[in-house]
Design a protein around this ligand. Sequence first.
Ligand code: ZN
Length: 448
Amino acid sequence: MTTIITEVQQAAVKALKRLINQPSVYDEATITATTPFGKGIDAALTEVLTIASENGFKTYKDPNGNYGYAEIGTGEQIFGIIGHVDVVATGDPDDWDHDPFHAKVINDHIYGRGAQDDKGPTMAAMFAVKSLMDQGYQFNKTIRFIFGTDEESLWRDMKVYNANEKPIDLGIAPDAEFPLIYAEKGLEQAYLVGPGQADLSIDLQGAFNAVPAKASYNGPKIAEVKQALDQQGFDYQDLGTDGLTVIGKSVHAMNAPQGTNVVLRLAMALDQVFPSQPLDFLGKHFKEDATGANILGNIEDQQSGHLTVNISSLKIDQNETRMQLDMRIPVTIDRDELIKKLANKIAPYDLHYEPYDYLAPLYVPTDSHLVKTLMTVYQDITGDQTPPQISGGATYARTMHHCVAYGAMLPGTPDFMHQVNENWALESMFKAMEIYAEAIKRLCVNDR
Ligand SMILES: [Zn+2]
């Protein structure tokens, strides 16, 4: 087993501090032709490439600033390691115990925005490779660290990468949890759009990727709407002259069947009071089943489970009815056919389908050499027998050929991604480095 010596561990922490200290939040105000996501992200990209170059990697930066990479080895095949240097905003910095962009190690935890997502894991993987380089290993593949810059927004960086560069042959994205994610459902976001309504206007907004848990109504026929909610046994807060708020349970859209969707509940009640074709679709047909089975039948596969459907907004005015839809499509289901089917089902309700965004699924078979090797390494080092996972979420692994999400969070590591006081225990970071070093040794070094 490869061990990571203290010097390399400390070098990784030092490098991570430098990277955290570059506030790399998307910034529209500083966008230029060569800083497509703002100057902060560009500075972080430059910094990570500088760190890589200081440690013996050959680096490249896209002249338009969309991405960069760092390479070692000369093999024909490319083993990709995909991370990202952009971070989400900090929220109110006063809520933090320390400056989120001035990294600090306290009680053997490194604090700062990006410590877990994804600067920490990226540095852990890079210094794992550095440790193999220091030990004199020769790589039979080109190991390429790819640094993304728009992961927390719209993934425009990887669109440019894939247009400019030839695909990797295999790889990992250290931007999730161990042991490994080999399947991520296809992610479809769209609008269902239909005619407006004269006697009703409502505007329930929500994020595509969350099941809405609060929906307020304060319009005409409020007594009838309350009655309809009572009839169905739906929870709501009676606000007197201020109307009412239906109460549900919010979960991530990928777990929509475990939530209670109040846009749907309110729509079911409204449908009883204000009959219309679009409301009929929600109230009488779609109803509350977030697997979409009421309209599409049972859609699932062995590899990745059920379809999930989350309808998270509803806007009705005189001109238009519009709702937003988030679907997580099982990996073996044909997207085009599914959408055709859905479009046919909604047409009788005067609704049409308006696509918004789509991310293709990730699927690498569990009996592939890549998954088997990565799983064995993880098990050898941790003793943990958790099987490889499927996910409704999305990592950069799906933007690359034959790539899986692998770490860097270990089971039991508190999840601070996107949260206040983001930090990562150094012990966990060093364990992840050990796993990465061994995995890359087994996948990219010839037996000697
Ligand atoms: Zn991330």
